[in-house]
Design a binder for this molecule. Structure first.
Ligand code: GLN
Length: 532
């Protein structure tokens, strides 16, 4: 039977519950356990798929095509396990399932209520993860902060899980802010006391408190938290701010959190082996030389919108001991008159994914600038589509080349929704999740992956229009990755260029510490060579 750890948040949001949970996951995995993670979000959207990236950050895509919260990206990168749709639940998804059941008469005329019907469904999702993952430990983060009205059903559900499974099978870790008051020069425990009181009123006694602080605190404060929050001093964990999230597993290792968990949950841990994380952190510390990468996107107001892209670039940088710095360029404002001024210093240009018409012409200009000036280019999803359009326009002379997402009327839809054999649209919905790309031998793509195939995740609606393949090939574009089953273009490259590659999928979702995705690795290496 799996054991459960629930991570809740106190006082304020943004304390890094996800990083705390996944860092604990790292410690337990490296002690020989199989770890799985889940996130429960109290918002009413069904999933983040249609949420504005500038407001909510990136949509992380799981192998099985789940459109999930960006925290899942952290989870996967930390615990180095592929998660599934069952890892991500919003209140909206739970409620809509309950309402659908009600319409289908599945509640047999009973009055449908938050308790027990919503809480039962939440518990079902929690227990379902055990069957699907076959994990020893399931770490679940409850989004939001204790005290929020909308998180109450989730807290009630996890209270019931503890009752059903018992103290030795379920553990509550509360991550809460221990603020430092600069005027009086002291830490204040009161907010934590209040948030624990709030939890107690819901019937939940935290087993561990992770106090998020600016710096280290003395024993006296730990004793105070212990005394007023009903937990032993050793279960008060101090987690100070860190300049890198990747240090947190090593910081938590020092606090002995994994052994505290093992004691309560009666788990046998093997010798903890953190050599991989230690090596990765050493690389981070030794990454002193900086290199810049220009990211031309349209959601640049919130860098979280490109979180996995950023982490993938950083991870690839650390691999060669380079610290990557980002230069953000808003494609909405990029035009013929300012493109040179904006991009002339670029050592590498990355055009990430995106939806809708706005900012696309700016991205097309960025791809052109990279191609014409021999600047390393990595195009992701829309970044591949604009590279194809640009090539068609400026190399193959198809002046009105465009994607049908932007202009349905154009005669030259280089990127299009594909027609099914019977003339029906088959691309009405997104292509989501993992697909296998066949890599063409002797191409940059096959050299980078060092393999005949690449399995990567997708999230897009439009595809390269194969009727233009021959013409663009004649002009020097190489189609180096194909999804054979449906003959879809997955990767393009320009062999005469220093480094110009773009893919229809999202390689950013498969980078892990010490294991950068091959496209990011090649791109960052090419930029680094540019610095010499
Ligand atoms: N908007 C494009 C499509 O749907 C690209 C999507 C993306 O970049 N994720 O095909």
């Amino acid at each position: 039977m799996a054991k459960y750890i629930f991570i809740t948040g106190g006082v304020v949001s943004g304390l890094g519950k996800g990083i705390t949970g996944s860092s604990l996951g790292v410690l337990l995995k490296n002690s020989g356990l199989k770890v799985f993670m889940q996130k429960f979000d109290p918002y009413l959207n069904i999933d983040p798929g249609t949420m504005n990236p500038i407001e909510h950050g990136e949509v992380f895509v799981t192998e099985d095509g789940g459109e999930t919260d960006l925290d899942l990206g952290h989870y996967e990168r930390f615990i180095d396990e592929n998660l599934f749709k069952v890892s991500s639940w919003s209140a909206g998804k739970i409620y809509s399932e309950a309402l659908r059941k009600e319409r289908h008469g599945k509640y047999f005329g009973k009055t449908v209520q938050v308790i027990p019907h919503i809480t039962d469904l939440i518990k079902e999702k929690i227990y379902q993860a055990e069957n699907i993952s076959k994990a020893d430990i399931i770490i679940s983060e409850i989004g939001g902060t204790v005290g929020d009205i909308e998180s109450q059903p989730f807290l009630e559900a996890i209270r019931q899980v503890r009752m059903e499974k018992g103290y030795n099978n379920v553990m509550f870790i509360h991550v809460a802010l221990l603020p430092f008051l600069r005027v009086s020069g002291e830490y204040k425990t009161k907010p934590i006391q209040h948030s624990v009181k709030e939890m107690l009123s819901l019937g939940i006694q935290p087993d561990v408190i992770v106090a998020r602080t600016e710096g280290q605190i003395d024993e006296r404060l730990k004793n105070k938290i212990s005394l007023f929050c009903n937990i032993t001093t050793q279960n008060v964990i101090v987690c100070p701010d860190s300049d890198s999230i990747y240090k947190i597993p090593l910081i938590l290792k020092q606090t002995n959190l994994h052994n505290i968990v093992a004691n309560q949950l009666q788990l046998e841990l093997k010798n903890l082996n953190m050599s991989g994380w230690e090596k990765f952190n050493l690389n981070i510390m030794e990454s002193s030389t900086e290199m810049e990468i220009h990211i031309v996107g349209k959601y640049v107001e919130l860098s979280d919108a490109y979180l996995s892209v950023m982490e993938s670039l950083k991870i690839a940088g650390y691999d060669i001991k380079k610290k990557v710095k980002f230069v953000w360029v808003n494609s909405r404002y990029l035009n013929k008159d300012n493109v040179k001024e904006q991009l002339q210093d670029a050592k590498g240009i990355l055009v990430p994914g995106g939806f809708g018409e706005e900012g696309v012409e700016g991205k097309i200009l960025a791809a052109q600038f990279a191609r014409e000036n021999n600047i390393p280019y990595l195009g992701i999803c829309l970044g591949m589509q604009v590279a194809c359009v640009e090539f068609a326009r400026n190399v193959a002379g198809i002046e009105d080349a465009i994607s049908s997402e932007i202009n349905k009327e154009s005669k030259n839809k280089i990127i299009d929704i594909l027609e099914g054999k019977d003339g029906e649209n088959i691309g009405g919905t997104l292509r989501l999740g993992k697909y296998t790309t066949n890599l063409v031998p002797n191409t940059l793509a096959s050299q980078l992956y060092g393999s005949k195939t690449a399995v990567e995740r997708h999230r897009h609606r439009y595809e390269f229009n194969n009727s233009y393949r021959e013409l663009l090939e004649e002009k020097g574009l190489v189609f180096s990755g194909i999804y054979k089953e449906e003959n879809l273009v997955e990767i393009i490259e320009i062999p005469t260029h220093k480094f110009f590659i773009a893919c229809q999928y999202h390689p950013e979702f498969t980078s892990r510490p010490n294991k950068p995705n091959p496209l990011f690795k090649g791109f960052v290496q090419a930029i680094s060579d540019n610095y010499k």
